[in-house]
Design a binder for this molecule. Sequence first.
Ligand SMILES: NC(=O)c1ccc[n+]([C@@H]2O[C@H](COP(=O)([O-])OP(=O)(O)OC[C@H]3O[C@@H](n4cnc5c(N)ncnc54)[C@H](OP(=O)(O)O)[C@@H]3O)[C@@H](O)[C@H]2O)c1
Length: 284
Amino acid sequence: MVRGTRTKIVLLGAGGLLGMECQGTLAEMGELIALTREKLDLTKHQQVKAVLQELRPAVVVNCAAYTDVDGCETRPEWAHLVNGLGPGILAEATRELGAHLVHISTDYVFEGNRAVPLGYTEEDPASPQSVYGKSKWEGEERVRQANPRHLILRTGWLYGVHGRSFPRAILAQALKGGALKVVRDQFGSPTWSRTLAFQITALLRAGVTGTVHATAHGYCSWFDFACRLIPTRRDKSRDPSLYHCGISKTSQEARQLHPGEKAPFGTGPGPHGHMGRGTGAILA
Ligand SMILES: NC(=O)c1ccc[n+]([C@@H]2O[C@H](COP(=O)([O-])OP(=O)(O)OC[C@H]3O[C@@H](n4cnc5c(N)ncnc54)[C@H](OP(=O)(O)O)[C@@H]3O)[C@@H](O)[C@H]2O)c1
């Protein structure tokens, strides 16, 4: 897929959490043209086609997406435009050029209620529950239909030095002090964005195509993850209290528990404001 240092690679979503990381790794593989949203907007379909026709890359890596899961619920048309139609346009444009398309997708294409430690494999049927998950699944399907030379990488629970991520949010909250509520009955595999960026280059070099799951090893709950992120201080009076809570898979409402209280999995209407996303799935 990548034949040497002169291979032309276009990166979309270059300003995001993963895109920033990919700028470094992809630049070592060839001639990299890194495009932020300001330079190329996935919703401007004619512009996307025109820019790619002009640049004529051998490989396009798409890290661009509308990733605000809650925002997708209130802006489903926008989610459809960016995450559903956008990748389809990219796939058509790359097929016309005979180029490869690497497209990043998500654990949200699965229902996410499989009992741990069972994970979802590439062969498992998708069953997205949220607008975000449905829009990403649509994007996957359009890529598969439009360009056979594709690599769809499903990942989950990304964190890194760039962009928004769970560790940043939890640490910011912790620094403010007070109680933190974190769900503990949603599980996934926290994945360093740099690890994924290296996985992308390794798969490109190996010429892998199709749909592939790519995360770090192991799994934990959001609560476990938060416990590892918040350092223990000697001065206990400065420690934020860390609470866990149960989250209903249907209502997605969380209930704050007292320290030491057992979380009733899958139940518990109550106040919102918990940390952790609405679903979680381990990708095997
Ligand atoms: N973060 C995770 O935990 C996670 C988990 C599973 C899968 N993924 C997938 O991994 C990929 C990268 O996610 P990420 O975490 O790096 O997200 P991110 O930090 O939100 O980055 C996404 C980038 O896409 C850009 N973008 C949004 N709308 C666009 C548009 N219409 N045209 C062009 N660019 C647009 C954003 O620009 P603006 O900032 O200007 O909007 C942003 O730079 C996405 O496909 C996402 O679905 C992420």
